[in-house]
Write a protein that binds this ligand. Structure first.
Ligand SMILES: Cc1cc2nc3c(=O)[nH]c(=O)nc-3n(C[C@H](O)[C@H](O)[C@H](O)COP(=O)(O)OP(=O)(O)OC[C@H]3O[C@@H](n4cnc5c(N)ncnc54)[C@H](O)[C@@H]3O)c2cc1C
Length: 373
């Protein structure tokens, strides 16, 4: 919000109440995420609902995530909610995001996720912010401001290597090389490790190599029909080959898009997964029969267009004792900074935190320049 204010975009942020649902294996689609919906949620017994509700309150009351760092989410949930709640609610969600590495995920990650989402909760659901016109409105403003202040963007240019020469850093790209005073790497650890090989310590390189990511593939559908009334559906059925459905036009009225409904199907997976290799039409064909489980009236002809997007380094796997595994934003080599999604902790990665980290790195560089004056 602070950054939006700097660019006079505060009025563009719309706050909308949205509804969340959970698709439970064999039981179907249920509204989820409010105390009332929990009471009506049939897949859990009364006792399980109480245990689930208490555990969420307990998590919200924990102020210091450090206590949760040493324990996995699986261990904490089983201890605090019991096996049944773990198997019915949390395990399918952990599987859809982390696959077979689900039992390595730290409770500190889940704490960050629950705290973030519950801070946006209202009695009716969740209140989420949407920047009218999408984040592009903000990135365009930032770009214009930077260009006016003599910054240069080199689009579609691959950085291949960073070397040190005296007090300067040589940044090599596909096409040329240039010298700089500072380097901020905002790409994944995996890519950074290769680019920065010559300036990293062995320990930094080891830490970067140890961190694993899951990849993601998102299918975007333009539909004549609304799929469901929910903005966000978590899929708690591992037989269904995707993990979430986000229906954008249940937050922003479809009239804005000439009556077209915009639906994202999110799916985290290993990049070796055969679904990762499919194009949008093929992916839609695989997903169609399960999409019909959400709305039996959905016909193939209702879908006007499909597109898909991949991200190899979509979600760092936040394992136990992560604060010892993650690197500081400033590396041993004083002019090199890291600001990527793996650095965001204990909160879950998100654009909000990427911006916050941008401020943090900028401030460190300003401070270092002051010291070196
Ligand atoms: C499926 C999914 C859903 C998400 N949903 C949300 C959400 O609803 N809300 C939210 O706030 N956040 C969400 N996020 C997280 C959000 O996308 C990230 O936090 C954000 O994109 C991080 O921005 P970034 O600039 O740090 O990294 P990125 O957006 O990953 O940008 C890194 C850039 O570096 C480029 N690059 C890579 N290698 C090189 C190289 N060698 N040389 C030059 N450039 C290179 C890449 O092409 C990329 O453009 C989601 C993420 C995923 C994967």
């Amino acid at each position: 919000m602070e950054l939006l204010g700097e660019f006079n975009l505060t009025d563009k942020m719309q706050w909308n109440e949205t509804k969340m649902a959970y698709y439970s294996k064999g039981k179907g689609l249920y509204e989820f995420g409010t105390p009332i919906s929990l009471l009506k949620y049939k897949p859990l017994t009364f006792i399980e609902k109480i245990k689930f509700g208490i555990s969420i309150i307990k998590i919200k009351l924990i102020k210091n995530y450090k206590k949760l760092e040493k324990i996995t989410a699986e261990e904490w949930i089983k201890k605090n909610c019991g096996e049944a709640v773990y198997e019915k609610i949390w395990e399918p969600l952990l599987i859809t995001k982390f696959g077979n590495q689900k039992n390595e995920v730290s409770m500190a990650w889940l704490w960050g996720k629950i705290n973030l989402r519950s801070s946006s909760s209202t009695a009716n659901g969740e209140k989420l912010g949407y920047l009218d016109g999408s984040f592009e409105v903000l990135t365009k403003k930032i770009e214009t401001f930077l260009v006016e202040n003599n910054c240069k963007f080199k689009m579609h240019t691959n950085v291949t290597q960073v070397l040190k020469e005296g007090e300067k850093y040589i940044v090599k790209t596909d096409s040329n090389e240039e010298k700089y005073d500072f380097v901020i790497s905002t790409v994944s650890y995996d890519i950074s490790r290769k680019i920065l090989k010559e300036v990293l310590t062995d320990e930094e390189s080891r830490k970067m190599k140890a961190l694993k990511y899951t990849s993601a593939k998102t299918l975007l559908m333009y539909s004549k029909k609304q799929l469901t009334p929910f903005y966000w559906i978590n899929i708690g059925d591992t037989q269904i080959p995707f993990g979430g459905i986000i229906e954008h036009t249940n937050m922003i009225n479809s009239e804005k898009y000439n009556g077209t409904h915009i639906i994202y199907i999110s799916n985290y997976m290993d990049k070796s997964d055969k679904l990762y290799q499919l194009d949008a039409e093929q992916l839609f064909d695989v997903y169609y029969k399960d999409l019909k489980k959400m709305n039996n009236h959905l016909e193939k002809e209702d879908i006007l267009q499909v597109q898909c997007f991949e991200e190899e380094y979509a979600q760092p796997i936040i394992t136990t004792n992560y604060s010892n595994k993650v690197l500081d934003v400033q590396l041993e080599e004083k002019g090199i900074y890291m600001a990527n999604m793996a650095q965001i902790y204990p909160e879950d990665r998100g654009i909000n935190y990427a911006i916050k980290m941008g401020y943090e790195v900028a401030q460190k560089i300003i401070n270092n320049k002051e010291v070196n004056k």
